[in-house]
Design a protein around this ligand. Structure first.
Ligand SMILES: Cc1cc2nc3c(=O)[nH]c(=O)nc-3n(C[C@H](O)[C@H](O)[C@H](O)COP(=O)(O)OP(=O)(O)OC[C@H]3O[C@@H](n4cnc5c(N)ncnc54)[C@H](O)[C@@H]3O)c2cc1C
Length: 397
């Protein structure tokens, strides 16, 4: 599937491809290809390469030090990165808190945080969800009580992705328990080294340590670390979520997954013929490919309407639902193509240093990726909730 790209856009694609061929370290590329765990150092090494090239903050406008790419360049960049098996840039700094700081932060906050994000100096995590406040996020109970120039923050956050590596957390806290649910929330930036913070791992279905619980016990946070006014946190939170959801669509990854599926289903034989020729299997692959084409067009449309760092709006929910469903369907088809060979689980290979022969390694990766992709329809706001947003906001139902 190919859109018509201009000669300039095609030249840009070549430039990105050459950069990836020259600069993406082979060991990292191979770990991503096989779905093996990346260490914090792997992420940092790759993000430093991008930062030096000025491509870490792909969505940022020039005025803040970004490349100022339009939607098509961003689309091409994402697609080439996924095809080359580059690690996904950890989004919490560059793609999530940065747009909030640009829009709602003071000049001093922008001057302090944005260059650090651009230079890959801070690792951010997201402190939104709590036990009992996921879909109904506005019910969050983590309290922030004003004491002089500080807030004193106590409560519990959960599902904090890669919080074990983070030195900064953006966090939703309740500053006014008397106000209407949404109106009593503020948006704080918290130094993870502050006394009173502890981080505990949650091990997910695929055996990975990707998410955590974060406990805050009377943590002192300077009032200067609040973004926007007290009680304006919900506005910041919603703005940030539209950026998060747009990213989850993962179009480049879906395209890479489709290519992989077609190669695999062309090689695997079913009753003497390639699996891809089996009508019932082929039909599902074709349907997935058509949906991917539709999603690609919609994705470009949404990116185009969100130029200049503006929030993409409720369309991001649409992208999140369709993108995550599609990526789950592709991982399901890939696992089916492999059949029972996808069943064995090799944690020592995926999360340790034990090596496997190449065929076994590919199989292990497919099994683990299938399990890992289950999260896509939950995080960033579950798909059921996103469908309600689409129904209400876009369809007026
Ligand atoms: C892998 C992973 C990583 C995550 N990373 C982070 C992170 O870094 N930071 C962070 O803050 N959060 C993170 N989350 C949390 C995520 O945003 C929440 O899990 C999500 O919003 C759902 O909330 P919940 O888990 O409390 O489920 P619940 O809200 O309890 O929902 C349970 C089920 O009920 C359904 N449901 C609930 N309410 C309704 C309704 N009104 N209508 C229809 N259906 C409904 C939901 O769709 C879901 O299927 C992560 C989650 C996962 C799985």
């Amino acid at each position: 599937m190919n859109l018509d790209f201009t000669p300039e856009e095609q030249a840009f694609r070549r430039e990105v491809r050459e950069f990836l061929a020259a600069e993406l370290p082979d060991d990292i590329r191979e770990r991503v290809r096989l779905g093996r765990r990346l260490s914090a150092d792997d992420h940092l090494r790759w993000q430093n390469v991008l930062s030096r090239r000025g491509w870490l903050a792909a969505g940022w406008p020039c005025e803040h030090g970004g490349p100022g790419w339009g939607p098509v360049e961003r689309h091409i960049f994402d697609e080439e990165c996924a095809a080359a098996h580059a690690p996904t840039v950890v989004p919490f700094g560059v793609s999530m808190v940065a747009p909030v700081i640009m829009k709602f932060g003071s000049e001093a906050q922008q001057r302090h945080y944005l260059p650090r994000i651009l230079a890959n100096r801070d690792w951010w995590c997201q402190g939104y969800s709590e036990p009992g406040a996921g879909s109904d996020l506005a019910s969050l109970r983590t309290r922030a009580v004003r004491d002089g120039d500080d807030y004193v923050v106590s409560g519990q956050k959960t599902w904090t992705t890669l919080g074990q590596h983070a030195n900064m957390m953006f966090c939703l806290v309740r500053t006014d328990p008397e106000a209407r649910k949404q109106a009593g929330i503020s948006f704080l930036l918290i130094d993870m080294a502050s006394p009173g913070i502890s981080v505990r791992p949650i091990i997910t279905l695929d055996g990975a340590h990707e998410v955590n619980e974060v406990f805050l016990d009377e943590v002192r946070v300077p009032v200067a670390n609040r973004i926007g006014e007290e009680g304006q946190g919900w506005t910041c939170a919603k703005f940030l979520l539209t950026h998060e959801r747009t990213g989850i669509a993962g179009l480049g990854h879906a395209k890479q997954a489709l290519r992989h599926l077609k190669t695999l289903a062309g090689q695997i034989r079913h009753r003497g013929r390639p699996l891809l020729e089996l009508p019932s299997f082929r039909q599902r692959v074709v349907r997935a490919e058509l949906e991917l084409m539709a999603l690609e067009i919609t994705h470009l449309r949404v990116l185009a309407s969100a130029r200049g760092g503006d929030a993409p709006g409720a369309e991001s929910s649409l992208l999140k639902v369709r993108g995550s469903e599609l990526r789950q369907e592709l991982s399901e088809l890939t696992r089916r193509a492999l059949g029972p060979a996808a069943l064995p689980f090799f944690p020592d290979f995926l999360y340790g240093d034990v090596e496997l022969e190449p065929e076994r390694a590919e199989q292990a990766a497919i099994g683990a990726q299938y399990l890992n992709r289950r999260k896509l329809s939950i995080y960033g706001g579950s798909n059921e909730i996103q469908k309600s947003i689409v129904a209400k906001t876009l369809l007026g139902m």
